[in-house]
Design a protein around this ligand. Structure first.
Ligand SMILES: [Zn+2]
Length: 209
């Protein structure tokens, strides 16, 4: 999804501060980036290992507020099996979203439409601060996933989808919105993939000379 003319990025990862990468530029892409080293031979590492990770990530991305996060964690403690099942659904939503963003067609569209319909089915339109917005009638374990379904379909149906690129690192696999003026961002983050690949290229150049 990238062109050879692309150059480095001044952006930094940010994961050292929050524990989760926010390089995507859109929460839907940050969701896809919760698999670290997605393109590695072993499939990378899932950062959403438990439902508590989903809540922590949603908090870091401001998908839930502090009180909602506390309520969700308490609900997960009360119903661990339900929380485990919900974790699987969040991961499924993430992977079908990745497929939809990266390959453009296939069954992912129908699955995402179903996720979106489920989300809206649980919500009602309320007016607050002069604008209408979807709001869950009741906070539940599925609330993060429902909000994510909104975020993903919002990106998929917007022109910003054309700005989505994947980091050129061999294994990283992170995706991001390239909003740089020349549309030439190569790496997800300068302080991780950018540095690593610059060092590697320098090493190869020295070996060749
Ligand atoms: Zn990267």
């Amino acid at each position: 999804m990238t062109s050879p003319a692309r150059t480095g990025s001044a952006l930094t990862d940010g994961s050292a501060r929050t524990g989760f990468s926010r390089v995507g530029g859109d929460v839907a892409l940050d969701l896809l980036n919760t698999v670290a080293s997605r393109l590695a031979a072993d499939g990378g590492r899932d950062l959403l290992e438990g439902y508590a990770d989903v809540v922590a990530w949603c908090r870091a991305c401001e998908i839930v507020d502090l009180a909602e996060a506390a309520a969700l964690l308490a609900a997960a403690d009360r119903a661990p099996l339900d929380a485990a099942a919900e974790l699987v659904r969040v991961r499924d939503l993430r992977e079908m979203s990745y497929e939809a963003v990266m390959s453009g067609d296939g069954p992912a569209g129908a699955q995402l439409a179903a996720s979106y319909r489920e989300a809206v089915g649980e919500e009602t339109l309320v007016r607050r601060d002069g604008a209408w917005r979807w709001q869950a009638s009741e906070l539940g374990l599925a609330t993060p996933r429902h909000r994510l379904a909104h975020a993903v379909t919002r990106l998929l149906t917007s022109e910003r989808l054309g700005l989505v690129y994947q980091c050129e690192d061999e294994t990283c696999g992170r995706v991001f919105l390239d909003t740089s003026p020349r549309r030439n961002r190569v790496w997800c983050a300068a302080d991780t993939c950018g540095n690593r690949n610059r060092v590697r290229r320098h090493y190869y150049r020295r070996r060749q000379s």
